[in-house]
Design a protein around this ligand. Structure first.
Ligand code: GDP
Length: 589
């Protein structure tokens, strides 16, 4: 009989599929359940999963995928012919402790004037400095993960990456990673060889490493990469570094339009008492004004206040300017693009569409055929590792969460983020952690004493980190701890029973001939009768010619004392297979 062809989209909810196939919803949910998928009526499954389920159900139906119509394409800004020069956007990256923070501080110390409140105390993710009347925008990113997250959002934010290498330490793993990120983001690289004030500084070695292993050839050696020797501690070389950053930027002819509607990227967001949402934006094109309606990801707002990075109120902000705005209804995410709309109605429509899109994305990746096949072939159920994540700012939070999700667990452990948020760890977090059985991770946040006491009382583990890699490492180790150990059995030898001398409640004394390999006391043995396993025993003692032996080899006769779980009536001709059994801790690759 010809199979009925049913056309469905590349993902479908369980409810819709049941309706399309004219099946009771419970049948479908039951079938999914059999395959290890706990689905609700509204859960989306992908086309391949649906096909597998239809086959499993043995229906006379074949599914066909409806060709997807092109979805909305993210528009990229096309520069007009009257675009103007803009400040370069620069990020500082490098290995931990090589001096990223110190270098940024040194740059800011010399080049910006502290605001009246007495310096920058609040976490701000971007700054601007001036050099010979020209501006440079500097990004202070929570880490390399943030860049990975940005790339996932399809954004390339930086024009120039300053790669900081400590002159006394040389190229290290995160230096290599930073180089890779800069290249992937198509950014120009300027190397700052830091800690030149130290006696142990060896800039020549750093240059050699960069040139020979990473194809970054210093200008002075005829290459095209500018490398500046600096000391964040003494301030030496900082001016030179900034001048060179501008030089590199000049070659790029960085431009932007100012007469188009404002657009750019969300680089930070957090809640502040009294001010509500405070959102850091980097304007890419156009001029942003207070009163503008903005949409960013799934949130929107009317710009109530517009300030520069020092907190000074601005009337407008143009390309490459980092600003903070208030007025967003809720917190947009790090890496969201923001754009201007006419009014609140348009803003609301846009966010509803964005939310639906995000839900669809989340849902369609919920269950894929790969997951299904994995689940089908899986012997033991995947364990959950539940966490609550708190971070100082939205940007860090996003990158911690994104990075946690990237830990490869090969389907053996599910990382469940039960809660997340910006701010210190609170009593609520502990309460949620206690009821859900989670670990609480804090990134650059505090654990107030009262909350600490509550955590101790409720036996909730709180782990606070300042370095993202350490947090990820800890999460990975915890997840490995959840993996059931792997049981490894090693075959040793075989024996055929020739005589049974005594059978007790939990012991058998017998004798036999080793037919292959060897036998030693302390190992395990499977007892086979007519090729079928009838028991598993432990070899307690081995004797050769009435003398206890450590090993007996193939071809030799021996006496055995076997420990049994329950009375075991061995017979002549039964076979024993000796093996050792070890529990091996599993690790995540
Ligand atoms: P980051 O992890 O890359 O942000 O590194 P930090 O800026 O926190 O610096 C790590 C350590 O190196 C700190 O103890 C700094 O005081 C020190 N440090 C940073 N720059 C210099 C420098 O130019 N000279 C010396 N002697 N120490 C430095």
């Amino acid at each position: 009989m010809e199979k009925k062809v049913v056309v469905i989209a590349d993902s479908i909810t369980v409810g819709e599929l049941a309706e399309t196939l004219n099946l009771p919803i419970t049948t479908l949910i039951g079938e999914l359940f059999k395959n290890g998928i706990i689905a609700t009526i509204n859960q989306r499954i992908d086309f391949e999963t649906a096909t597998i389920i239809v086959e499993e159900l043995g229906l006379d139906v074949s599914l066909e995928k409806k060709e997807a119509t092109a979805g909305p394409v993210r528009k990229t800004h096309q520069l007009s012919d009257h675009a103007v020069e803009r400040a370069p956007i620069v990020a500082v990256m490098g290995h931990v402790d090589h001096g990223k923070t110190s270098l940024l501080d040194a740059i800011l110390d010399t080049k910006t004037v502290d605001d009246e409140a007495g310096g920058i105390t609040q976490h701000i993710s971007a700054y601007q400095v001036e050099r010979n009347g020209r501006k440079i925008t500097l990004l202070d990113t929570p880490g390399h993960e943030a860049f990975a997250a940005l790339r996932q959002h399809g954004a390339t934010l930086t024009d120039v990456v300053i790669i900081v290498v400590a002159a006394d330490d040389g190229v290290k793993p995160q230096t290599v990673e930073a180089i890779r990120f800069a290249r992937e983001a198509n950014a120009k690289i300027v190397v700052a060889i830091n800690k030149m004030d130290k006696e142990t500084a060896n800039p020549a070695l750093v240059k050699t490493q960069l040139a020979s292993e990473h194809q970054l050839n210093p200008e002075e050696w005829g290459g095209d990469v500018i490398m500046v020797e600096v000391s964040a501690k003494t301030g030496k070389g900082i001016d030179d570094l900034l001048e060179n950053v501008l030089l590199v930027a000049d070659l790029e002819e960085l431009k932007a339009d100012t007469d188009t509607p404002a657009e750019g990227l969300v680089i930070e967001s957090h809640m502040e008492t009294g001010r509500g949402s405070v959102v850091g934006l980097l304007v890419e094109h156009g001029m942003l004004h207070p009163g503008h309606f903005l949409v960013a990801g799934t949130s929107y707002g009317k710009v109530r206040t517009l300030c520069d990075f020092k907190g000074k109120a601005l009337k407008e902000a143009g390309p490459s300017t980092p600003v903070t705005v208030t007025g967003f209804k809720d917190l947009p995410q790090f890496g969201d693009t923001f754009y201007l709309v006419k009014n609140e109605k348009e803003a609301r429509q846009a966010t509803v569409a964005a939310r639906l899109e995000r839900e669809r994305e989340a849902a369609s990746t919920n269950v894929t055929s790969a997951d299904l096949l994995k689940l089908m072939s899986q012997k033991h159920e995947a364990q959950d590792f539940n966490v609550i994540v708190k971070a100082d700012v939205q940007g860090s939070l996003t990158s911690v969460i994104d990075s946690l999700r990237l830990i490869e667990t090969e389907g053996q452990i599910n990382l469940r983020i039960v809660g997340s948020g910006v701010g210190n760890i609170s009593e609520n977090d502990i309460h949620l952690a206690a009821t859900e059985g989670t670990v609480v991770y804090g990134f650059s946040v505090d654990l107030p004493p009262a909350v600490k006491r509550q955590a101790a009382r409720d036996k909730v583990e709180v782990r606070i980190f300042k370095v993202i890699y350490e947090l990820l490492d800890d999460a990975k180790k915890s997840m490995e701890g959840l993996l059931a150990p792997e049981v490894v059995e090693t075959e040793l030898g075989k024996l055929t029973i020739k005589g049974v001398f005594r059978t007790l409640k939990d012991e058998v004394i017998c004798g036999g001939e080793v037919t292959s390999g060897k036998i030693t006391p302390g190992v395990m043995a499977r007892v086979l009768r007519d090729k079928e396993q009838i028991a598993e025993v432990e070899v307690e003692k081995v004797q050769r010619q009435q003398v206890e032996a450590k090993e007996v080899f193939e071809g030799e006769m021996c006496g055995l004392s076997l420990k049994t779980q329950k009375k075991l009536q061995l017979e002549e001709g039964d076979k024993l297979e000796f093996f050792t059994r070890e529990m091996v801790k599993r690790t995540l690759s």
